[in-house]
Design a protein around this ligand. Structure first.
Ligand SMILES: NC(=O)c1ccc[n+]([C@@H]2O[C@H](COP(=O)([O-])OP(=O)(O)OC[C@H]3O[C@@H](n4cnc5c(N)ncnc54)[C@H](O)[C@@H]3O)[C@@H](O)[C@H]2O)c1
Ligand SMILES: O=c1ccn([C@@H]2O[C@H](COP(=O)(O)OP(=O)(O)O[C@H]3O[C@H](CO)[C@@H](O)[C@H](O)[C@H]3O)[C@@H](O)[C@H]2O)c(=O)[nH]1
Length: 441
């Protein structure tokens, strides 16, 4: 089988298919990425991916190429190319998908299955299916729900498999072929939902929109907590006891980033607007707006920690990745915060255990320092922006001896505030007015 697009999704998918026992060719237009993957190197940081790539190569089941003709002879093809936000608008940019479909079409044979895994606006599959009709291949939509940082485990043990298939025998045959592809997962009890293509496309978009909604809901409540003297972390903890609500994605803080949630919320807004569905448009616009406010709010906390003026203040930002366990800096809330601080006149030094190279490439005007202790030296404020374990476990006494002033802003609620206070730090955190009151009392 073939996998078109070997980024965070496709490289993991290709390696996982090889693990399931299939012969796999990965196709990507990025020659550097193909060279790295062909040499068995993961082109980005993702735990366990290098091991899976090495395994696939050693078994002779996994190869990579820049030539789409390499997909010839495969009977199942997975579309895993990027669908980023279009420059200057919220819509999804489907250019890469259209190019991949054009490149694939000449090698397709009647009865082949093309499975779209990229996240797309509802209605895209119908359009792609029309384009593929002359080839006789069947298009299914088979969205992917993996999380970066857990991508290998999520691909080999997904919560669910979703097949969006056309009606009729072609659809049933394609579903049966996907059952063979995912045989070991189904045998292990992974639930599978067979539906139409539009529902499958939306199953993915709606899941991400819902996760984003939970995060923004909690951040809105954190704003209420600050205004009223309540505590957002304790509030989230009490809500989590209700199994109808659940504790996942209720962690207040700097908000959601990455290559998925922000652009998928905006693409859903744009598509709902096109379809004339005002409720989804305005609802998700607010989810996005609350998320944008989270970084602005964190920047204000840093200003307060600095005594009201950021001009010339030295601020160390712990974390550049959009979340721990990844080197991905797409729409990283940490970097958005760092940029705001620079705008306000601060001298910002960013550190991160994995993401510095990508951060430096996309945000060249920020200062960078790979070593956390060197980064902290002479700082007026320390900001915890990405909750890597290495930052959670920093010794506030050791860091306290390096900085100029002991102010810490915990934008992810990841530090032991009592331990930091005992070491002489003033601690600032979103949605924790009571702590702030305690501090000034
Ligand atoms: N990253 C995730 O965690 C994740 C999870 C689930 C779904 N998704 C969705 O999967 C899709 C891919 O996301 P990603 O994070 O892997 O993006 P990415 O940017 O990391 O990877 C996309 C890859 O596609 C390649 N590409 C572009 N045009 C191509 C073409 N014509 N032919 C072959 N390759 C081409 C690029 O060179 C790149 O390597 C998106 O729709 C995304 O929303 C991503
Ligand atoms: O309570 C929470 C949980 C997460 N986040 C933030 O939300 C963002 C996204 O986190 P996560 O969902 O773990 O990352 P992704 O790897 O982007 O995964 C999401 O996006 C993928 C791509 O579509 C989907 O496949 C996954 O199911 C979906 O979880 C990160 O910035 C987190 O810091 C919070 O702020 N609070």
């Amino acid at each position: 089988m073939s996998v078109l697009g070997c980024g965070y999704l496709g490289a993991v998918h290709a390696a996982a298919l090889a693990r399931l026992g299939h012969d796999v060719v990965g196709v990507d237009v990025d020659a550097d990425r193909v060279a790295a993957l062909s040499a068995g190197r993961a082109p980005f940081y993702e735990p366990d991916l290098a091991r899976l790539l090495a395994e696939g190569r050693a078994a002779g089941r996994l190869r990579f190429t820049t030539d789409p003709a390499g997909a010839a002879g495969c009977d199942v093809h997975f579309l895993c190319v990027g669908t980023p936000q279009r420059a200057g608008g919220g819509e999804a940019d489907l250019r890469h998908l259209d190019e991949a479909v054009s490149a694939l079409a000449p090698v397709l044979r009647p009865g082949d299955v093309v499975a779209g895994k990229s996240t797309v606006p509802v209605g895209t599959a119908a359009r792609v299916a029309d384009r593929l009709a002359p080839t006789g291949a069947t298009l299914v939509w088979n969205p992917e729900f993996l999380r970066e940082g857990h991508a290998v485990a999520d691909t080999l043990r997904p919560d669910r498999l979703v097949y969006g298939v056309p009606s009729g025998p072609a659809g049933s045959d394609a579903a049966a072929r996907l059952d063979e592809v995912y045989g070991p997962l189904l045998a292990a009890g992974v639930p599978r939902v067979v539906t139409d293509r539009a529902t499958a496309e939306l199953a993915k978009v709606a899941a991400n929109a819902f996760l984003a909604t939970k995060i923004s809901f909690m951040n809105a409540m954190a704003e209420v907590c600050e205004a009223s003297g309540a505590d957002a972390v304790e509030l989230a903890g009490t809500m989590a006891h209700d199994p109808r609500i659940g504790g996942a994605y209720l962690h207040p803080g700097l908000g959601f980033g990455g290559g998925c949630l922000p652009k998928d919320v905006r693409a859903c807004v744009a598509r709902a607007r096109e379809l004339g569905v005002g409720s989804a448009t305005t609802f998700l616009e607010e989810v996005d707006a609350i998320n944008e406010r989270a970084a602005a709010h964190a920047a204000r906390l840093v200003r307060v920690a600095c005594g009201g003026d950021l001009l010339g203040a030295r601020v160390v930002v712990l974390g550049a990745a959009f979340k721990p366990g990844s080197d991905d800096v797409r729409s990283s809330p940490s970097l958005a915060l760092a940029e705001r601080l620079v705008d306000a006149g601060a001298q910002v030094v960013v550190t991160d255990p994995q993401a510095l190279a990508l951060a430096q490439a996309s945000h060249p005007r920020l200062g960078y320092q790979p070593d956390v202790e060197d980064a902290a030296r002479g700082a007026d404020v320390v900001v915890l922006a990405t909750e890597w374990d290495v930052y959670r476990h920093l010794d506030p006494v050791v860091i306290g001896a390096l900085v100029r002033r002991r102010h810490v802003v915990d934008a992810r609620h990841a530090l032991d505030h009592d331990a930091w206070r005992r070491a002489g730090w003033s601690v600032h955190a979103l949605g924790r007015a009571r702590e702030a009151v305690g501090r000034t009392a």
